[in-house]
Design a protein around this ligand. Structure first.
Ligand SMILES: *Cc1c(COP(=O)(O)O)cnc(C)c1O
Length: 352
């Protein structure tokens, strides 16, 4: 097989045209679709469960799939700076792709609410990072206004190129499975990704690459569940900082995608998210970030309600890498024991 060339070159026929010389890529995409056995057995032995591990992207989240298109387009238009509001991963991705393209990056993050790994990425890639004394929704409103008045490309998911690029995860899943799955489960924050997946699945179906469409399952955190509750959440709260959003930009599109697919957008508690987070790591050897685990937490919840049938193929997308948020991992884990440097002390702990 030829080496992977990044999503723009791999899926050229399904994406807006980009000239070779303006392609900005870190060879994103091509992430593994891992068949789950131990976690599947823990949930329900009659289903098929797959984990699409987006933490394997160059900056550790699916945001790279859209950022390669958004930054390539900015370069093509001769724009020399990009700006975004971010709960973390958008800023990490925008900063990396801007660095690669030689563009300036401005990043607005909610103060104290972003995982340190993500903040470190933006700083290392040379972005100008501003901590806003407010939440994500307020930061997004500001960057929208700035982008309207100044020569800077807005690279949040309201940028249409972002969603175009993010469709490619759905293409890959269909290629990897040989057809569309029965269910596709995703975390929902700003609701761009679930919108993009639906676009991608439909586009592949129209091109005759699959025989059908999946049912979409989207999961918000209980403390940040505007779509489930049917109203804006002024002060969103959840351990899953990547989906700590009270007024999703792609709200209407996500609801339309849910309804067209015959699916649901539901919510899961922080306890359910953290349980799934630990199960994925402990039973499958995959370290994802807390927000990502909501896709699995939601499947566990719906399974208990009797939703699934024998042979259903369920894909849960694990949107980001667990290494980004080590504070959370250490909070939920047992600390290692400290022992004297002797074989006896070690043997005492091994308990054979
Ligand atoms: C951005 C992000 C999400 C949410 O995606 P939306 O498109 O905003 O719904 C979920 N998980 C991770 C890790 C993210 O970075």
């Amino acid at each position: 097989m030829p080496p992977w060339r990044g999503v723009i070159r791999e899926f050229r026929e399904f994406l807006p045209p980009t000239e070779e010389e303006s392609i900005v890529t870190l060879l994103e995409g091509g992430t593994p679709l891992i068949r789950s056995v131990r976690l599947r057995d823990w949930i329900n032995r009659e289903i098929e469960l797959y984990l699409k591990y987006e933490g394997c992207n160059p900056t550790g989240s699916f945001k790279d799939r859209g950022m390669t298109l958004a930054v390539s387009q900015a370069l093509r238009e001769g724009i020399t700076a990009v700006i975004c509001a971010s709960t973390g991963n958008t800023s990490a991705s925008a900063s990396a792709y801007a660095a690669r393209a030689g563009l300036r990056a401005f990043v607005l993050i909610p103060e104290g609410q972003i995982a340190l790994g993500k903040l470190s990425q933006a700083i290392m890639h040379g972005a100008e990072v501003l901590q806003v004394q407010g939440n994500f929704d307020e930061a997004l409103a500001i960057v929208k206004e700035v982008a309207r008045g100044y020569p800077v490309a807005l690279v949040n998911s309201i940028n249409p190129y972002r969603l175009e690029g993010q469709q490619t995860a759905a293409f890959e899943i269909c290629d990897q499975l040989g057809d569309a799955p029965t269910y596709q489960s995703l975390p929902v924050g700003n609701a761009g990704n679930i919108t993009a997946y639906w676009k991608g699945y439909r586009r592949y179906r129209e091109a005759g690459r699959t025989s059908g469409l999946p049912i979409l399952l989207g999961f918000q955190a209980e403390g940040a569940a505007p779509i489930v509750r049917g109203h804006v959440v002024e002060h969103p709260e959840t351990v899953a900082t990547a989906i700590r959003i009270g007024n999703p930009a792609s709200w209407q599109q996500a609801v339309a995608a849910r309804d067209e697919s015959g699916g649901v957008i539901d919510m899961v508690s922080d306890d359910q998210i953290l349980e799934a987070y630990q199960l994925i790591a402990g039973l499958e050897g995959i370290f994802c970030e807390p927000a990502s685990a909501s896709s699995v937490a939601g499947v566990i919840k719906l399974n208990k309600a009797g939703r699934f049938r024998r042979g259903d193929r369920i894909v849960c997308t694990l949107t980001g890498n667990g290494l980004k948020d080590l504070d959370c991992a250490l909070r939920v884990s047992r600390r290692p024991a400290t022992i004297s440097p002797t074989t006896e002390a070690v043997l005492k702990h091994l308990r054979f």
